[in-house]
Design a protein around this ligand. Structure first.
Ligand code: URP
Ligand code: ZN
Ligand code: ZN
Length: 471
């Protein structure tokens, strides 16, 4: 048998095992694992390298509409290219329904932006900002059936926040359909109150963004989101958790047997609120929500990753340029309130987790694979097609040089932002080659694929969180 591709001489790791094996690939799938596989049209030498499931980044924002005059720094072409350079083979961007907009139209709009422009595979989550009768009764159930099996609700932000009642209503749709609800958990009223008070005191610089949304704001909303999910008996994912108190809410719920899942992100492992204290507007480069906290919160997030409170590690890539189109938009200079929330991180998520986690001995390689790929696939209905190295799975593979030392800098990245919040961070371990369904997209650090290779995938319901069906 002649394979399309053999990856030869590497060490394969999955979420459970690490072993020496070559990987035989045909027609975009992994067809054989073993040694001495024979002939192939293409042989990739992986000697001294790790052969890992391609990363799945299940929380990214690409080409998402923002306030007037503000544009996101990445479209699908640049965002998915950067993802591939960062060792990812699939991303799950959000499809935002703007208030007053039909949910189906929002999905059509996102497809128009993404289709034919992706280097890696994609699958959209929905964001429900306007849960009308049409959305709850028709559009959302139909879209879930069509494979958009997860959606996010916000407890904060002027144009996005849902009331508790609305959250209960959309959770009820998830209960009926098996969709997974993702929650942005911050108390909107508390943030508005604190923001108004800070502004009245003239405290408008970017670092007051952190002061306006302290830990209790996140802890309270996390507790409330879990309580609402418990009322409806529906699984829920608390996204971008930044600190111990919110993490403990999730842990307690998990110990009570609730299907509550947690996600954390690189910014909560390596940034702190001090980063927002830069001179002039520099701190705006780090403004995201929830904000980075302190060293103790970083330790807590590592504990959550190690002990499984957090099952997924995502980037929450939400890129804006440090210019008038983004972080320095005129209104943002008047108050932190108007600085667009979000930071770039699609390309640096995995090197940071690998270096700070595996290379520094905080987590083992198998947990790295689980947190970076396998659990995303299981959580969002893609497993076992995606997220593992197994016969029959898509040949979505990242080949890593575990010893390569890199200093992260804007110069070496491929995203559309003009800065990285991780400038100067030294990492050990870097993804060199990325294959998506057997096609080489990045080859030893150079672009090799094309922007029409990535496909949008319909998803099953979560295999981690099937709803408990009423008798
Ligand atoms: O600041 C952030 N995280 N912006 C992205 C939007 C969100 O809430 O995920
Ligand atoms: Zn959010
Ligand atoms: Zn986000």
């Amino acid at each position: 048998m002649t394979f399309d591709t053999i990856i030869r001489g590497g060490t394969v790791a999955t979420a459970s095992d690490t072993f020496r094996s070559d990987v035989g690939i045909s027609a975009g799938r992994i067809t054989t694992l073993g040694l001495d596989l024979g002939a192939a049209r293409q042989v990739i030498d992986a000697t001294d390298r790790l052969v890992l499931p391609g990363g799945i980044d299940s929380h990214v924002h690409i080409s998402q509409p923002n306030a007037p005059g503000i544009v996101m720094a990445d479209n699908f072409e640049s965002g998915t290219r950067a993802a591939a350079f960062g060792g990812n083979t699939m991303v799950l961007p959000f499809c935002l329904q703007e208030r007053g907009q039909s949910l189906r139209q929002a999905v059509r709009d996102y497809h128009a932006k993404a289709d034919g422009n992706c280097y890696v595979d994609v699958s959209f989550h929905l964001i429900i900002s306007d849960p009308t009768e049409q959305v709850l009764g028709q559009d959302l159930p139909a879209l879930i059936k069509d494979g958009y099996t997860s959606f996010k609700v916000f407890m904060t932000y002027e144009d996005l926040a849902l009331s508790d009642r609305q959250i209960l209503e959309v959770m009820s749709v998830a209960r009926e359909t098996g969709a997974l609800v993702m929650v942005h958990a911050e108390n909107f009223d508390a943030i508005r109150f604190l923001t108004d008070r800070l502004e009245r005191a003239g405290k408008t610089a970017p670092h007051f963004h952190g002061t306006s949304r302290p830990i209790p704001v996140e802890r309270e909303a996390t507790h409330r989101a879990i309580a609402l999910a418990e009322l409806i008996d529906v699984p829920v994912m608390i996204v971008h958790v930044s600190n111990r108190e919110a993490m403990e809410e999730i842990r307690r719920a998990q110990q009570r047997g609730l299907k509550v899942f947690g996600e954390t992100c690189p910014q909560y492992l390596v940034l702190t609120e001090k980063d927002m204290e830069g001179l002039n507007m520099e701190g705006a480069k780090y403004v995201c929500s929830p904000p980075p906290r302190d060293a103790a919160s970083q330790v807590a997030c590592w504990e959550g990753l190690l002990h499984g409170v957090f099952s997924v590690f995502s980037s929450d890539h939400c890129p804006f340029r440090y210019d008038e189109s983004g972080k320095l938009a005129p209104r943002g200079r008047t108050s932190f309130r108007w600085v667009p929330n979000g930071i770039p991180g699609i390309e640096t998520r995995l090197p940071i987790l690998f270096s700070e986690g595996v290379s520094k001995g905080r987590i083992d390689l198998n947990r790295f694979v689980a947190l970076s790929a396998t659990n995303h696939a299981k959580t969002y209905g893609l497993y076992p097609r995606k997220g593992t190295i197994a016969v029959g799975s898509d040949a979505d593979i990242a080949i890593w040089d575990p010893k390569r030392e890199v200093t992260i800098s804007q110069q070496i990245l491929h995203h559309g932002a003009d800065y990285t919040p991780y400038e100067g961070l030294r990492v050990t371990g870097w993804p060199m080659t990325t294959l998506v369904r057997g096609e080489v997209i990045v080859s030893d650090g150079a672009l090799a694929g094309s922007k029409d290779h990535g496909q949008h995938l319909a998803r099953d319901i979560s295999s981690f969180a099937p709803p408990s069906r009423p008798e």
